[in-house]
Design a protein around this ligand. Structure first.
Ligand code: GLY
Length: 317
């Protein structure tokens, strides 16, 4: 029987990283390495406004980044919050996952750790991101718009051909966030979770609401009951959306992707959401998901959608 492997990730921006990681998965490389490789690809691309280099800044026009890494065999976790001026947050998070203590570092402590461990220091604020920030500040003053917008975390779950699983996330968080604000992405159980015996999940959307339901852990818990990933994702996401509307009065945008050790996958969302999947029997494919009557409707992204996407991310500011 052909060995099974697979990878699923949030948002269209994950595509090129997944294409690269697939070549490694086909060569029987480890999930830990493949997920890091793919996320680094997204972090390095300057036109993605919500991850790594080119990510949108906080209200003080500083790019503070959050990231996490989890090894599904050992349950080792590494995470950083609010780190500034380091190139690949996911790699720093992975390095932290190898420590016995101090696995989750924030701000100056995370930067000190990155420096001591030889990670590359660089200015992560691009001219383009600064222009977006200027434009948003102007709109807030002139039109009274809400400052908060844009929180498209890249999150991935990976299964390699030996049955190892890993997950990782990376984000610049909520655009115009307060200095020091940390979202769900580096929080175990909220932005990500994986256990190689059960499966993994990762979330994107409004961190403040994802945290209220420990959404990624809830999906993995449902997988442990034997649910198909699609059912686990839909049940967890729509129950949390309903609960927040009932108890909290509103629910923000939330989307999840998940995969089990058989390479079966699921996705759920309460807004339009693009995602990418690749596996031993599926070429890297970009899909669009939409909510419909508490179920997720999935279709392959059309040429028109893909063209519009390219125009949108490269549009002049
Ligand atoms: N989901 C990313 C954030 O809220 O920061």
């Amino acid at each position: 029987m052909k060995p099974k492997w697979g990878m699923i990730a949030t948002w269209r921006m994950a595509y090129e990283g997944i294409v690269e990681a697939v070549q490694s998965l086909e060569r029987k490389q480890y999930a830990n390495d493949c997920v890091e490789l793919a996320i680094r690809h997204v972090e390095d691309f300057p036109f993605y406004k919500s991850v790594g280099y080119g990510g949108l800044p906080n209200e003080q026009c500083e790019v503070e980044l959050d990231a996490a890494f989890m090894d599904g065999n050992t349950l080792a976790i590494g995470a950083i919050g609010g780190i500034m001026d380091f190139k690949n947050p996911v790699s720093i998070a992975r390095k932290l996952s190898e420590e016995r203590y101090n696995n989750f570092l924030v701000g100056a402590g995370a930067e000190k750790y990155a420096h001591h461990n030889g990670f590359e220091r660089t200015n992560m604020l691009t001219d383009r991101a600064k222009k977006w920030w200027d434009k948003r500040v102007k709109a807030i003053h002139e039109k009274g718009l809400s400052p908060y917008d844009g929180h498209d975390t890249v999150g991935m779950v990976c299964l390699d051909s030996m049955g190892n699983m890993a997950t990782a996330t990376s984000t610049s968080g909520l655009f115009m966030k307060k200095k020091g604000r940390v979202g769900d992405s580096p929080l175990s159980g909220s932005g990500f979770y994986v256990d190689s015996d059960i499966g993994g999940a990762t979330a994107t959307g409004l961190g403040e609401d994802i945290m209220k339901g420990c959404l990624s852990y809830e999906i993995v818990r449902l997988l442990s009951e034997g649910k198909h990933p699609q059912n686990a994702a839909d049940q967890a996401l729509y129950q949390l959306t309903d609960k927040l509307q009932r108890k909290y009065g509103t629910a923000g945008a939330m989307s999840v992707v998940c995969m089990n050790p058989d390479g079966e996958w699921g996705v759920s969302t309460n807004v339009e959401f693009s995602f990418v999947v690749a596996s031993h029997d599926l070429e890297p494919t970009i899909y669009i998901a939409n909510p419909q009557n508490k179920q997720t409707v999935i279709e392959v992204a059309s040429e028109k959608w893909l063209d519009q996407y390219q125009k949108r991310i490269h549009q002049p500011v």
